[in-house]
Design a protein around this ligand. Sequence first.
Ligand code: MSP
Length: 505
Amino acid sequence: MSFYITTPIYYVNDLPHIGHAYTTIACDIFSRFHKLKGEETFFLTGTDEHGQKVEKASLAQNKDTQIFVDEMSKNFRDLIPYLGCEIDDFIRTTENRHKSAAQDLWNKLKDNNQIYLSNYEGWYSIRDEAFYLESELTKTENGFVAPSGAPTEWVKEESYFFKLSEWEDKLIKFYEINKEAVLPKSRYNEVVSFIKGGLKDLSISRTTFKWGINVPQEDNHVMYVWIDALCNYISALNYPDTKNDSFKKFWPGVHIVGKDILRFHAVYWPAFLMAADIEPPKKIFAHGWWTNEGQKISKSLGNVINPYEIIDQYGLDQIRFFLFREVPFGNDGDFSKDAIAQRVNADLSNNYGNLIQRIASFIIKNANSQVAKPEKLEASDDRLLKSFDETFENYLNHMNNFQIDRALKNIFEYLSEVNAYVDNQAPWSLKKTDIKRMQNVLYVLTLITIKCSILLHPVIPNSINKILNIYNLSLKDLNLKKIKDFNPKIIKLNQPKPIFPRIEL
Ligand code: MSP
């Protein structure tokens, strides 16, 4: 089995913010989860460097555009390890491998009679890099405004068009058969009703500026930035060589995108691909948007969340955990200091961290730093172990369905059960009355803690590596395939250090 996951490639007109960090961490979680299941995974991210928006940003800083995008792209690349993410490739649309792949895709569409030359006249938003129908816009004092709030301008120029209208029926059919190709369900419905509303041919080249990939055999046209950008997902797999190993192994892939760019991914992209005789993506998941303490995040409000700052303030895994436990993946979420403190303190510090700390320290002090597999289990032990098996099954289902919040909720509910077991069994009392039973209880607790930690690894990998260290284990010893049969004779422990300090506001 193989698994290919992508982030959108990020515009380099500005610095990375929490929205970028959110999508990248989501992909990292899924990539790690599938790797932990034993699959071969490929995690791609990168930067979207062409188009008017980026060119304008470089001009505003009086910089050569290539030098500007080189600098800006580096900010996105440098952020990845800071987010605790492990990627397999980073693609830039100004790289030759991408430019030539995009031109090959163009040629293929042309050979397949999918492109024609005409004139575009209509509304365009540079901020969204999108064409709009007048019916989609709101008239304000400052002109026509896009649904995103972005200003638009009237453009009139010669343009190549992609015959999108010819793909209406085929897209509808594709989505009828592949009912989970777009998730969540509400987004799927949105996409299908947009297509059913009728598709117009799409302008795919521009003549009024030069910062883009040249249209093959055309001096005056550069490609529309979205056809250029979407192609990144296959240029990283060495398109047009569709017979090479990575293309064969990894295409079609899973795209994680924000809800604002769903239409490009779920309508234009599959149409381009089918028109070029390539399979459409396996899945497109649209996530929601973050607000800051209840307010829309925007530069003009000065409330943009810098990922470096929040990670330095609260801790990397604390932020990763908060972002994906707090808000159902797919919904909008609100970033608030109180919510982070409450979530981290309740789940990571109290429920999970204290359990590890308490039991491991107790074992070191009272059981010679080790636990041994019991000869016989009691009903309460069996119940707890069986309940883990159910938790594990639910976890797999949720994670396979991109429901990270539910997968996590399910683990923390189970951890509450484990804490209740500790209170009921009271190993500190058993120490005085029944040493053998105390040792058995400690073994069950250690085993369960290790298993839960493996499930949490995709979301909080650095902390889990430290926790596994307490038990002299690493991911080499254990993964999601081995977890059911994990039952070692002896587990030796090292002194634990506090992993999740409480956040005091
Ligand atoms: N370059 C295009 C994508 C091309 S993919 C072939 C683009 N780039 S972007 O940098 O503007 O946005 C990247 C992602 O950040 C989008 O998925 C967008 O939804 C996400 N976010 C931007 N602001 C966000 C929040 N406030 N919250 C969550 N995600 C947000 O679009």
